[in-house]
Design a protein around this ligand. Structure first.
Ligand code: BG6
Length: 459
């Protein structure tokens, strides 16, 4: 039996915009997603938008019982900024009542809420003023964070500021996938810097309002592996890790910007505008813990042709198609559980063994209904195998001293996933969109219950 440390968190992650529905109802204002769907519904898989998602707003009482039923002792979800503060200033009483009841119901069911503040859902009123491109966004976010701590701090002890800040930077400002769909490396760096400072200011507020609580951030880690040991490939790998991992992890965990990253940005004339007092604020507001989302590694090689100074990430490193890679055929992502061990060792060796947890890990499946058996249950053995393999490398990392306190799967119930709509299903519960959003447990949900009860699994 592979046992995990006492009080290990066995849970799942969610986000407000992907589950709640009730968009633009009960006082909620538009986020970029509500706006973009209205303007360009054809960009969204099968025209599935953010209005209903998993209909959790109406079903959260039942859902909290379902969390308990599969052994979840913790859930991370997010508050929607546009629901709590529709105009950025005045608190929406309906939102406070909803979230308070939701978090209370979780607790009644033995589920610890870990509450995140931002999961890609920028308010439209702020985006119209420039969003993360403007320094104003830092103050607006810190006000929102303070409001959330004041409204829910008596119920929630554990908080996170952002989910995967690299994703809103890359998808919104480098790849054109998310609104505002700009492709501009210099702007992307500035957006990243403002996001970092928004996080830092939120932590500063947190220390004043909830000194006994703990706060962290959720970062996506795709550790990079280089094509070869050549100087050029290793330089590409170093750049990928600097830009994608150390850019956030160093300042939030160690209280200082990574100097190699600063040198790289300077060399390419990409340094963001900053205020003189920012360094001090970064140094004084490190986190209590880190959440790391891991799905797949990043295979990199030196660019064949690179603009100088760099104009795009591809000028620093390029993807490399490793012939031996194992692919999830239902999502196209590489499956490489070994990387979880490398992440665990990175936290131990490079980040002072700061407490951390796996805040997302999971397997997305397109057309998952093909795996429904005669009894009506999805037989998702592929998901169980995927998680077991990852847990085995995580276990090894913990045995070797990495300070990991939990594992959260993505996700509890099938949820709406941005432009992908409901294409890729990840949940322990199936959500039947054709049948009044009915939830039904998948085989993996029953397996997870046992895992949580035993605090481990038969190896
Ligand atoms: C994670 C995000 O990175 O990936 C989630 O935090 C997202 O918001 C999940 O839903 C799955 O993404 P996809 O593209 O496979 O649906």
């Amino acid at each position: 039996m592979k046992k995990f440390p006492e009080d290990f968190l066995w849970g799942a992650a969610l986000s407000g915009p992907q589950t709640e529905g009730y968009a633009l109802k009960e006082g909620k204002s538009a986020s970029t997603w509500d706006y973009w769907f209205k303007e360009n519904p054809e960009k969204f898989n099968e025209g599935q938008g953010p209005e209903v998602t998993s209909n959790l707003y109406e079903r959260y009482s039942e859902d909290c019982k379902l969390m308990k039923a599969i052994g979840l002792n913790s859930i991370r979800t997010s508050i929607q900024w546009t629901r709590l503060l529709p105009d950025g200033k005045i608190v929406n009483a309906d939102a406070v009542a909803f979230y308070r009841d939701y978090f209370e119901k979780m607790k009644e069911n033995g589920v610890k809420p870990i509450i995140n503040l931002f999961h890609f859902d920028m308010p439209m009123w702020l985006m119209e003023k420039g969003g993360w491109e403007t320094r104003e966004s830092v103050d607006a976010f810190s006000f929102y964070a303070r409001t959330a701590f004041e409204c829910f701090g008596d119920l929630v002890e554990d908080w996170t500021t952002f989910n995967e800040p690299m994703v809103h930077i890359e998808c919104g400002y480098l790849q054109g996938f998310h609104y505002p769909a700009i492709v501009d490396l210099k702007k992307a760096v500035q957006v990243g810097y403002h996001t970092l400072m928004a996080h830092v200011k939120a932590v500063q507020e947190f220390r004043k309002i909830l000194p006994k609580g703990s706060i962290g951030i959720i970062l996506n880690v795709s550790p990079s592996y280089s094509r070869s040991e050549s100087v050029a490939d290793l330089k590409a790998k170093a750049a990928a890790d600097l830009l994608n991992i150390k850019s956030f992890l160093d300042p939030v965990a160690l209280g200082k910007m990574n100097q190699e990253l600063i040198a790289l940005l300077k060399e390419h004339d990409l340094l963001p505008d900053a205020l003189p007092e920012d360094q001090k604020a970064i140094a004084e507001n490190t986190v209590d813990f880190i959440g790391l989302n891991y799905y797949q590694p990043s295979r990199v090689q030196a660019p064949e042709m690179a603009a100088y100074p760099a104009k795009a990430l591809e000028d620093f490193y390029q993807p490399y198609d490793w012939a031996e890679k194992k692919i999830n055929p239902y999502r196209g992502w590489e499956i490489y559980p070994e990387a979880i061990y490398d992440v665990a060792m990175m936290m131990k060796n490079d980040y002072n063994n700061l407490p951390w947890y796996v805040s997302e890990n999971g397997m997305g499946i397109a057309d998952e209904e093909r795996f429904i058996d005669d009894s009506g249950m999805i037989q998702d053995d592929y998901r169980i195998d995927f998680m077991k393999d990852h847990l085995s490398y995580l276990h090894q990392g913990i045995e070797e001293g990495s300070n990991c306190f939990g594992y959260h799967a993505w996700t509890f119930i099938d949820c709406w996933s941005w432009l992908n709509g409901y294409r890729n299903r990840y949940g322990f519960y199936r959500v039947d969109l054709e049948n009044d959003y009915k939830r039904s447990v998948k085989k993996s949900g029953l397996w997870y219950k046992k895992l949580s009860e035993q605090n481990g699994y038969e190896a």
